[in-house]
Write a protein that binds this ligand. Structure first.
Ligand code: GAL
Length: 345
């Protein structure tokens, strides 16, 4: 609620009483010269994150809060209510209903399921609350940038990074290796793909475009295993361990849709007595600090910076623009950055 507005209303009512000649304004009406609560406007911001237990989204959500703080002034405050949707769409729907009842001034939403975008967008738009979708892009009939709930609603936008770019960068990191990933020189790069949440375009595009970069460059490939790890480190480890047990030295490249799963894969690779950079390659996305250190040390071949700072700041800036009554773009994009040995010079 815009507390300033309610305060001004009270003030206006008090002044009206005075103007109407009432000699005795209500006892609890503030005096005209009372400090108008120091003229502070407090905006209520609701933020729903698909799941707190996610390495990348943890960095992202912490930066949302930190950045909002930096934008506060003596007269503008942001009261942030952030909730964990626990990867449960029903839970998230309830949380959004609650945000609406609470009268949030703006909502930032990291969907659990992009397939439920329409229902949630409709509710929030009906309540006349600006909505900033982040991280999980609902795709329209014409793919990117075509989702009707976004293009037809001026108060709704999406902030994200183009996952095709991250997949392409993974493939390019492999192409830049002397052997282009073909460790045993048999002319075919044999790989396993550890997939994030398959409902999520980030997972779909990274899976597709990492391999496309290789095949576009004329490299022959063969998928030995493609398995869903839902962005999760433990699942990444299990999938990679099972694949190594089944295919052993045949596996030349382990592509993971994110660093969380790549950390799990790294543990499985080590446990199997394999050595990244010598007899196997390992790729992730996100550039978590830990993974950047691994790339520097050579225990990971490469990763791709998923810029949580750029994305969270863009999302918050969009929220603030909406609060100030400024027009929103439909889509805001933040670039990925390739992180391999060359990145560290
Ligand atoms: C991706 C990120 C993953 C995971 C996912 C959640 O962009 O690379 O690690 O956080 O978002 O939707």
């Amino acid at each position: 609620m815009k507390k300033l507005i309610s305060l001004l209303l009270v003030l206006a009512m008090a002044l009206t009483l005075v103007a109407c000649g009432s000699s005795e304004p209500a006892a609890d009406a503030p005096a005209a010269d009372a400090p108008a609560a120091e003229g502070v406007t407090t905006y209520d911001v609701g933020v729903a994150i698909y799941q707190y237990n996610d390495n990348f989204m943890t960095l992202y959500r912490q930066e949302i809060e930190a950045y909002f703080k930096t934008l506060e002034t003596d007269t503008v405050k942001y009261n942030i209510t952030m909730v964990d949707s626990k990867n449960d769409m029903a839970e998230q729907t309830n949380q959004i209903d609650t945000f609406i009842t609470q009268g949030m001034d703006v909502i930032i939403l990291n969907l659990v399921q992009t397939s439920s975008a329409e229902v949630l967008i409709d509710k929030v738009v009906a309540a006349n609350i600006p909505l900033i979708l982040i991280n999980r892009e609902p795709l329209g009939d014409n793919g990117d940038e075509s989702y009707e709930g976004i293009i037809n609603n001026p108060g709704v936008c999406y902030v994200g990074a183009d996952a095709r770019q991250s997949g392409t960068y993974q493939g390019e990191i492999v192409l830049a290796l002397d052997n282009k990933g073909d460790i045993n020189g048999d002319g075919v790069v044999k790989y396993i793909m550890v997939i994030g949440d398959p409902e999520n375009p980030d997972a779909q595009y990274r899976t597709e475009f990492s391999i496309k970069a290789l095949t576009d460059a004329g490299v022959a490939v063969e998928a030995l295993v493609e398995n869903v790890g839902n962005w999760d480190q433990t699942k990444g480890q299990e999938i990679t361990a099972a694949a190594l047990a089944q295919f052993g030295d045949e596996i030349e490249v382990v592509f993971c849709n994110n660093d969380g799963m790549a950390l799990g894969a790294a543990a499985a690779i080590e446990a199997a007595g394999r050595k990244v950079g010598e007899d196997i390659y390992l790729l992730g996305v996100d550039a978590l600090d830990e993974c950047q250190e691994m790339v520097k040390a050579g225990t990971m071949t490469g990763t791709v910076l998923n810029d949580h700072i750029g994305q969270s700041h863009t999302a918050v800036d969009a929220a603030v623009a909406a609060l100030n009554g400024e027009a929103l773009q439909n889509y805001y994009w933040v670039d990925y950055v390739k992180v391999d040995a060359a990145y560290f010079g």
